[in-house]
Design a protein around this ligand. Structure first.
Ligand code: GCO
Ligand code: MN
Ligand code: MN
Length: 386
């Protein structure tokens, strides 16, 4: 029961399973796993794919010969395990060169280096067949607004993405770019902090059709926002190119918990949304095991992400098939059609007729909705007593 199939498209990053448990207050607690060891674990838990930052695979100071050897070895591990690489990304945050940002650094040479590093990382991802390219602007932001213009930063960011879209076309890579918003951490404030702001920015790009979003549960929850609403807006705009599933207590530091570890109901609505609309991209778990976990527990973390998704998917099917729930929903959304002659597509006749219509406002205000009953049914469904 609850075993992953390739068509579920469950993926993890090398950096997620490989997270050695360091935090700002303490050193690593687990041995560093090699990319091959990570892929073996992914195959064991039934994942479909693995994603990486350039330097998760090839160290930043590797020689060209070392790079080639690493690529050859990793390709073999992938072929042996059947694990694919659907997404790649650039590490534009670890190296001291990016201490004041990458595409939005005040230093023009750092901005150029960030584009140079991204083009090379795109080359690397393309070698493995990646089709989605993620941009997480971890260091793109400020602690103080005294020294950096938010307006210039936005222009530099746009310029960089426009440039890289051209490179994508030039090389024939056919990547879809996915911007990943986050409100803070590691910067005090990160530019493009939410899914909504990223969608607004995308509309200003030269090749906006090539660029979508990679929303992350924890990032919206850090801001106290409703993640399912965010992905619904992205989906409606045709921009849900990728998704980072994990969990987190609202308003806390960046916790990256196992999917559904914290907000069970929200996780349910996320899975239900993705399944109902027929999202067919990667279901990527951008999470890591608790610092207290050992290697066995890291495996339990990975299969926990997958199992939780599949359990919630089954619950979503039950929700859709539950006659009491569906009856309440029908009642809630009932429509006798009498208003359609006044609304929908605008015409001046409709507008005139609508303005003349005599609404019984008091009567409208008398109608309640059975959301308490429905919400309790959802709770009971999730608790397994329905
Ligand atoms: C974070 C981010 C990252 C990105 C990753 C891929 O909060 O650290 O979520 O894990 O997703 O860099 O772009
Ligand atoms: Mn994150
Ligand atoms: Mn992420």
């Amino acid at each position: 029961m609850y075993n992953a199939k390739p068509e579920d498209k469950f993926t993890f990053g090398l950096w997620t399973i490989g997270n050695p448990g360091a935090d700002p207050f303490g050193t690593t607690v687990r041995e560093r796993l090699t990319p091959s060891q990570i892929v073996e674990i992914l195959a064991e838990v039934g994942a479909w794919g693995v994603n990486f930052h350039d330097n998760d695979l090839v160290p930043i100071d590797a020689t060209p010969v070392e790079r080639d050897q690493i690529i050859t070895d990793f390709k073999k591990v992938l072929a042996d395990s059947g694990i694919v690489v659907p997404m790649a990304t650039t590490n534009l945050f670890s190296d001291p060169a990016f201490r004041d940002g990458a595409f939005t650094s005040n230093d023009p040479k750092v901005r150029a280096y960030a584009i140079h590093k991204t083009m090379r990382a795109m080359d690397l991802g393309a070698e493995f067949g990646a089709k989605v390219y993620v941009f997480w602007g971890g260091r793109e932001g400020t602690e103080t607004d005294a020294g950096k213009s938010a307006l210039d930063a936005g222009k530099w960011f746009r310029e960089a993405i426009n440039y890289l879209c051209e490179y994508n076309i030039d090389q024939g890579y056919d990547y879809k770019f996915a911007l990943e918003p986050k409100p803070n951490e590691p910067r005090g404030d990160i530019y493009l902090p939410t899914v909504g702001s990223a969608l607004g920015f995308i509309a200003t790009l030269d090749h906006s059709d090539m660029v979508g979003v990679n929303p992350e549960v924890a990032h919206e929850h850090m801001s106290g926002l409703n993640f399912m609403h965010a992905i619904a807006q992205a989906w409606d705009a045709g921009k849900l190119f990728h998704i980072d599933l994990n969990d987190q207590k609202i308003g806390r530091y960046d916790q990256d918990f196992r999917f559904a570890a914290e907000s069970i109901k929200q996780a349910f609505y996320i899975v239900k949304f993705l399944e109902d609309v027929g999202y067919d991209g990667s279901r990527h778990f951008d999470a890591h095991a608790y610092r207290s976990s050992d290697l066995e527990d890291v495996k339990a973390f990975a299969s926990g992400c997958i199992r939780s998704y599949l359990i919630l998917k089954e619950k979503a099917e039950k929700f859709n098939a539950d006659s009491e729930i569906q009856g309440l929903l029908a009642e809630i959304t009932t429509d006798d059609g009498s208003m359609s002659q006044y609304v929908g597509q605008y015409s001046s006749e409709k507008a005139a007729a609508l303005k003349d219509y005599g609404f019984d406002r008091v009567e409208l205000g008398r109608r309640g909705q059975p959301y308490e009953r429905l919400d309790q049914l959802v709770f009971e469904l999730l608790m397994g007593v329905r």
